[in-house]
Ligand binder design. Structure first.
Ligand code: COA
Length: 261
């Protein structure tokens, strides 16, 4: 049985925040907008940011697990939201920017379970996770440049460090997809699993972390992750370009082409 916490924003059921009784100490943040391939709207980012804040402040939450729906983790930022932001002339950063900072500053271990599409932030989110389980049918892809955009979520710093320059360039700049097997070999993900086993394996990993002494876990995790200021500084650097690119003619043409399909 699962206890669903009330959504604090109009993300409604598109983000489910769950505390499964069978996995004590684990908070699940689930993308649940399968009809739109779990594309993420501003309201969904706000809800996820609030959930991470809740996790930081609740000592009964010992680990956080990101999950999607069968066959789809997330198709990335909602293209309609991108277009609306581009047309609005808004000067404030996109909602994604607040969420990715919350990810970088999350105090509890983060795990993710990917089955299927992981596009844009659906890929870069995993760079902030401590353990990722993925099914072999998963595809990691970040078509930033094809959309007139640039990498985000400090991926331009983290991905080369994790998977090396050429694979990071192929992924983040050339927009080449990375299969789950390649992502596993490259060290982007921890473990491969059958599609129907991804969720159970992810939650079991999270529950295992949740059983560990929390203080030692926190210190060990901080040591392994290393200093965060460099990550936050790169996010700011990327964001300055990203915000400007969002309003560019190149990006607008790409968003409009997607919306017209
Ligand atoms: N934003 C908004 N809607 C999206 C979306 C996104 N990022 N990705 C998919 N959708 C919507 C589609 O518009 C479609 O809606 P509709 O049924 O109302 O027309 C629905 O989800 C299903 O998508 P569809 O394209 O028909 O599925 P597919 O299996 O043929 O292709 C993708 C899936 C993910 C490859 C394709 O939808 C895609 O390229 N999406 C954009 C991904 C992207 O560039 N994200 C931003 C990265 S920075």
């Amino acid at each position: 049985m699962t206890d669903i916490l009330p959504a604090s924003t109009s993300a409604g059921d598109h983000i489910l925040v769950e505390r499964p009784e069978t996995y004590p100490g684990v908070m699940v943040i689930r993308f649940n907008r399968p009809e739109k391939k779990n594309a993420i709207t501003a309201a969904m980012y706000h809800r996820m940011t609030a959930a991470l804040d809740e996790a930081n402040g609740d000592e009964t939450v010992r680990a956080v697990a990101f999950l999607g729906t069968p066959g789809c983790f997330s198709a990335g930022n909602d293209m309609g939201d991108f277009l609306a932001h581009a047309l609005s002339g808004a000067t404030e950063p996109p909602a994604a920017a607040v969420f990715i900072k919350a990810l970088a500053l999350a105090q509890k271990p983060l795990v993710s379970g990917v089955d299927g599409l992981a596009i844009g932030i659906g890929t870069t989110l995993n760079l902030h996770c401590d353990l990722t389980v993925a099914s072999e049918r998963s595809l990691f892809k970040t078509p930033f440049v094809d959309l007139g955009l640039v990498p985000e979520a400090a991926s331009s710093l983290l991905a080369p460090a994790v998977i090396g320059h050429q694979r990071a360039f192929a992924l983040l700049v050339a927009g080449e997809g990375l299969s789950a097997i390649a992502a596993h070999q490259a060290g982007l993900i921890w473990k491969l699993a059958d599609p129907e086993a991804v969720e159970g394996e992810t939650l079991a990993l999270a529950a295992n972390l949740a059983r560990k002494p929390p203080e030692a876990l926190r210190i060990a995790r901080d040591l392994v992750r290393g200093p965060r200021p460099a990550v936050l500084a790169r996010m700011d650097e990327e964001l300055a370009h990203f915000s400007e690119r969002l309003k560019s003619a190149e990006a607008r043409a790409a968003f409009e082409a997607f919306m017209r399909r």
